[in-house]
Design a protein around this ligand. Structure first.
Ligand code: SF4
Length: 390
């Protein structure tokens, strides 16, 4: 809430109907129209739906639609298609990043489907050693409205319509679980954007309390992906401090307990880092970890060196060899094509360099639509960095 105004982007249609009935003396009946327009067009225009100016003024005195400011976008085009990153400014000046990733192709090679990778926090406190966001620490949680605002802003300001959403941007989504759950409710609302739960993926480094809370929602079709990244407690604790609190056996038990339906398929993300987690023995231990989960598909992600790399990127031969070991061990594996590495939009590369330096929001205005087009067209190396293989 800003200046006492409730942000409509953080509410479901039913929430807005209730809030309007409580806060307004007249005009609450237009809530469904106001909701649909806010979610789909990013517009707050109660005067279009009422006759009396005083009624519209009542709405404006109680509610707002908090779109984010587009600071800049950068784009990389490679054999995987065009991957674009947007830096979005929040009302208090902090910035988060979201990434539009091409996912499907028609026979002629054109992209037919996109995934939008969303942030859930400014920074992150999980401290993963390979992640740029980790270096910021946790600055603050995003509200449900700010999470939804990334989708709406990308749609209306940048024309990025997407079919799938994944919480794999800045932050550990389950460390902000209440706002995450509310944001998913809003995004899933048929009277607004109407994303099906099977088109939304929550990614976690292994936050088991958040996992239990998410499980309590009973969302059988929501996708879940786990950032594994190591096959022993020793290595995983080095790479991902969350493992000191929740070792692999405990994480495995939490995932088995989470499984929302019999044929549910976990996505398991594994960032291949030469010298850390790339031996044949690792492949066999991964198989031991995933077997009791039922269906699991391992996404193998070649490590993306950031500004202070832990190691180098694996060679093509190393990736192919590791995939072979995994398949021999019985692991269903899909190799992820690296997307967005040159614009620091790939896994492990999100984060805000300025924020890391100063601990404060970067100053200055955002871009107008016209200036934005220029910035995209002429963008040099980005100064902002983004993240994460959660
Ligand atoms: S990889 Fe994910 S959970 Fe780990 S520090 Fe980065 S954003 Fe946080």
């Amino acid at each position: 809430m800003i200046d006492g105004l409730v942000d409509i982007l953080g509410l479901t249609a039913r929430d807005l109907e209730s809030a309007a009935a409580l806060r307004l003396s007249a005009g609450a009946g237009i809530a469904p129209k106001v909701f649909g327009q806010a979610q789909r067009e990013g517009v707050f225009a109660p005067e279009r739906h009422v006759h009396l100016p005083a009624t519209a003024a009542g709405w404006r005195a109680a509610f707002r639609v908090g779109l984010l400011t587009v600071v800049r976008t950068v784009e990389e085009i490679n054999e995987a298609g065009p991957t674009a990153k947007a830096v979005l400014r929040l009302d208090d000046g902090y910035e988060v990043e979201c990434v539009r990733i091409p996912m499907r192709y028609a026979d002629d090679g054109s992209v037919t489907g996109w995934t939008l990778c969303l942030s859930s926090q400014v920074g992150c406190r999980m401290g993963c050693g390979f992640c740029e966001t980790a270096r910021m620490g946790l600055v603050r949680q995003l509200t449900a409205a700010e999470i939804v605002a990334q989708v709406v802003t990308a749609r209306v300001a940048l024309g990025w319509t997407t079919r799938n959403l994944v919480f794999m941007g800045m932050g550990e989504a389950l460390d902000n679980v209440e706002n995450l759950i509310q944001a998913i409710r809003v995004l899933n609302d048929d009277r607004g954007l109407g994303f099906g739960l099977d088109h939304i993926t929550v990614c976690t480094s292994g936050h088991v309390e958040g996992l239990r809370r998410l499980s309590a929602q009973g969302w059988k079709r929501l996708n879940l992906s786990i950032s594994l990244n190591a096959s022993t407690d020793e290595t995983r604790s080095r790479l991902m401090p969350v493992n000191r609190k929740t070792p692999l056996a405990e994480l495995q038990a939490a995932l088995i307990a989470y499984r929302p339906r019999r044929n549910f398929a976990f996505a398991v993300n594994y960032c291949l880092m030469p010298g850390f987690n790339d031996t044949e023995a690792d492949a066999w231990r991964i198989a031991e970890f995933t077997r009791p989960l039922g269906r699991a598909l391992l996404n193998l992600i070649p490590y993306n060196p950031g500004n202070l790399p832990l190691t180098r990127a694996p060679t093509e031969d190393e990736v192919v060899r590791f995939v072979g070991w995994l398949r021999t061990a019985g692991v269903a594996v899909r190799r992820r094509i690296t997307k967005g590495r040159s614009i620091m939009a790939a896994c492990g590369q999100l984060g805000n360099a300025e924020l890391r330096r100063t601990g404060r929001p970067a100053p200055g205005p955002g871009l107008t639509r016209q200036a934005l087009v220029h910035a995209v067209a002429s963008s040099p190396e980005p100064t902002s960095i983004k993240d994460s293989p959660c």
